[in-house]
Design a protein around this ligand. Sequence first.
Ligand SMILES: [Zn+2]
Length: 155
Amino acid sequence: MSKKKLTKRELQKRQIFEDKKNKRTLRISFGLLFVFIILYLVFHTFWYDTKFAYRQYAFYGKEVPTELVCMNGDKLLNHKSLKLSYKGKDYFFCNRDCYEHLVNHYKEDAFIPDPLSGDTICKANALIGLKNRGEPEIVYFQNRKTFNQYYKSKK
Ligand SMILES: [Zn+2]
């Protein structure tokens, strides 16, 4: 009788022990998951910032791809842009709001003078370059000739 009781108690003890162990495993797993998520977020942000900073130097004097600019804000983006058409031409934006802005201010937003020739050009047809090294502002050029002239004069 006493032996059986002891076994029961032992069983209970073991049960408690197992529970504790499970709880600890669960806590460690959650802890690791949490640490992993934090690391991922930090890395993710850091990676995009680094790439963005790098591009502000790497693209200087080179043609900037349209899918990395906003034609409303006239800036290089740290993410891919949204391609949207208006009046049969493709424009690139950070988001829909910028597109709406261009549509509502079409004459002021979609056209800009070439910095060298002074001719008004449509952003959708322009060659895009960085205004200054290490800065996100962009300039629009009529053609390769004014593009090259601009960077030559900046040297
Ligand atoms: Zn924008």
